[in-house]
Design a protein around this ligand. Structure first.
Ligand code: ADE
Ligand code: ZN
Length: 332
């Protein structure tokens, strides 16, 4: 089996994907039309031309605008279902998806509308495609601590459907410390916790996510390499990093895929995983990310398997299910 065949064959877990970031232009047009919502593009080609981001904020502005066409429960279902079909193509057998409730509730969409649509798609993915999934609710860090507390309370009736809370949106200027009290409350309620840190923000933000938010995983974390003490901490704690190579390239976190540090992190013993982040905006889903790093960094079969094993070890699946997938990978 060559590398490409191995990538396709490996069972994989995706741990860092924003469901609103899987919104393909074709579906965006269809939903905009049926909801009678104007979008500032004439064609799918025009949408794609607008995707020439140069940093996180320039992406987020377009990403939030796209999410505005989502109104009905069926819209959220269709969005998630389209993503699950991509998972099936890429042998992603388990996924832990972020959703941003505030992007929708701030437009007057009920929390229930969002989560019921997503959950129905998750249920169908299990029964029709054999794909397991969990939902992670993210707080938008550019909004206030108070707004995050309101969202946390709104989530409580749906506690069984939400495995963890996370932290996303504009990183620089909004350190994890801003949400220390919200995360403490979320942990008290029994949610697992993750946070974006060290994507554009400095290593100090990763320290804060570890020490103040007490995260179970760091999302991105690629800037940890700038701080040797932090590297030691991540290795010692076996703290997973959910790395998103094509996202890093598209948002100019790295200038060239050959400069990406995922292989170095892996070789140093950091529990790195491969993920797609916002695949509709960044040029590819799970396997595209694996292929891009394999071509740029010449990853070998053992490294590819380790990345897939890491994705299950770092997941929130029960231990027996993790083990079963890991044995399938080792048998390849
Ligand atoms: N929301 C969606 N994608 C994101 C990313 N890569 N970083 C921060 N917030 C996001
Ligand atoms: Zn992200």
């Amino acid at each position: 089996m060559n590398q490409l065949e191995l990538i396709r064959a490996l069972p994989k877990a995706e741990l860092h994907v924003h469901i609103e970031g899987t919104f393909e232009p074709e579906l965006m047009f269809a939903i905009a039309q049926r909801n009678n919502i104007a979008i500032p593009y004439q064609s799918v080609e025009e949408v794609k031309e607008a995707y020439n981001f140069h940093n996180l904020q320039s992406f987020l502005d377009i990403y939030y605008a796209g999410a505005n066409v989502l109104v009905h429960e069926q819209d959220f279902y269709d969005l998630a279902w389209a993503y699950f079909e991509k998972c099936a193509e890429d042998q992603v057998v388990h996924t832990e998806m972020f959703f941003d409730p505030q992007t929708h509730t701030d437009r007057g969409i009920a929390f229930a509308t969002v989560i019921n649509g997503l959950q129905r798609a998750c249920d169908d993915a299990q029964s029709k495609l054999g794909i397991s999934s969990r939902l992670i609710m993210c707080f938008l860090r550019h909004l206030s601590e108070e707004a995050a507390f309101v969202t946390l309370e709104q989530a409580l009736p749906y506690k069984e459907q939400i495995i963890a809370v996370g932290l996303d949106s504009s990183e620089v200027g909004h350190p994890p410390a801003k949400f220390a009290r919200v995360f403490a409350k979320a942990r008290e309620y029994g949610f697992l916790v993750v946070a974006h840190a060290g994507e554009e923000g400095p290593p100090e933000y990763i320290w804060e996510a570890l020490d103040l938010l007490k995260v179970n995983r760091i999302d991105h974390g690629v800037r940890s390499e700038e701080d040797q003490a932090l590297m030691q901490r991540l290795i010692q704690d076996e703290m997973p990093l959910t790395v998103c190579p094509l996202s890093n390239l598209k948002l100019c976190v790295v200038q060239d895929m050959r400069q990406h540090n995922i292989r170095r992190l892996l070789q140093q013993g950091v529990k790195v995983t491969v993920n797609s982040d916002d695949p509709s905006y960044f040029g590819g889903y799970m396997n595209d990310n694996f292929i891009a790093i394999t071509e740029a960094l010449d990853l070998n079969a053992d490294e590819l398997k380790q990345l897939a094993i890491n994705s299950f070890e770092a997941s929130f699946l029960p231990a027996a299910q993790k083990q079963a997938w890991i044995e399938k990978i080792q048998a390849l």
